[in-house]
Design a binder for this molecule. Sequence first.
Ligand code: GLA
Length: 381
Amino acid sequence: MKTKIQEQFEKLYGDGASLFASPGRVNLIGEHTDYNLGFVLPGAIDKAIYVAVKPNDGKVCRLHSVDYDETIEMDIHGEKPEKQWAQYIYGVANEMEKRGALIRPFDMVFGGDVPLGAGLSSSAALESAVGFALNTIYDLGFGREQLAKIGQMTEHNYVGVRCGIMDQFASLFGEAGHVIRLDCRSLEYKLEPFDPQGCKVVLFDTKVKHTLASSEYNVRRAQCEAGVAVVLRHVGGVESLRDVTMDMLDAYKGEMEEVVYRRCRYVIEENQRLLDACAALEKGDYVTFGQKMNGSHDGLSKDYEVSCAELDFLADVARTNSGVLGARMMGGGFGGCTINLVRAEAYADFLEEISDKFSHRFGQTPRIIEVNISQGAHRIA
Ligand code: GLA
């Protein structure tokens, strides 16, 4: 893939480009907790967006997407481009300028092997790759944390998704063989070795496309904020669900809509599940870890209601297989993938069972995606 990006750049804009990569991510547990300032446990994966870039002497940027086979010109001080892929680049450049950077026109070719719309954060990978690339070639001096916020604000201000910081953080801070236990309030993080000996991590893509922007994602965020507002009427200093305990939530349950109560309960419980899962991880206890993953799916499906029939089906089939330690839907939801922790000896049979049962029920096989936990954003050449 990276050579294809480089070759395409040479063909369109000549030689001398620098090449960068920033990966997609998985998240083992801690879903919809990031924008509630809780904890997440993502890792960067061995599938990335590659960006070839070089300053040009013109007045506008020239951009080419290899995956969409589209080329446009873009003035970062002009109108927002119509193509969504270009909006990410426009957004990142503008967020950088808001923070004092000067972005001169550039030529850019990008593409990658992060499956689109599968919940592996291809958009965060693009934002992180573009941010990391521009930061390096123009020597802008942003740290990785600032680059993550630049990516997140691109989603908020140019794409319209009020996402948390998990995806961009994982894409920028990932390390091979480690997951990142990130506290989304302080942005303190710990790299936890993730080495489930004798087990494999596999994703099943339902191929159901989710459109977070137009969907329920922002509604969920607003419901959580509504719950916080109720508690704040009684308890001073409460800023997010991170500050709310189950006792507090139960005490003021009568003042909130039932659905708001359930959304908040899920988030509070998910934070605790993540902490318990990390304690298990540190002891190498992947059985308990898997049980927490299962609990996460149940909460997402029943209380948070961001699952769908295909994801529930995959999680249910996984649960009846004794070789599977844990399975859950991953990411924003309404489609995309499940993540499964499977014993190596049961792996082949499990893949067959899932494919057979899923295609029998939904008329097509799920896409099987094997992932390795890998390095975050970096320069290649
Ligand atoms: C999407 C968002 C993230 C996070 C997850 C759910 O991937 O971009 O910020 O909220 O959904 O955990």
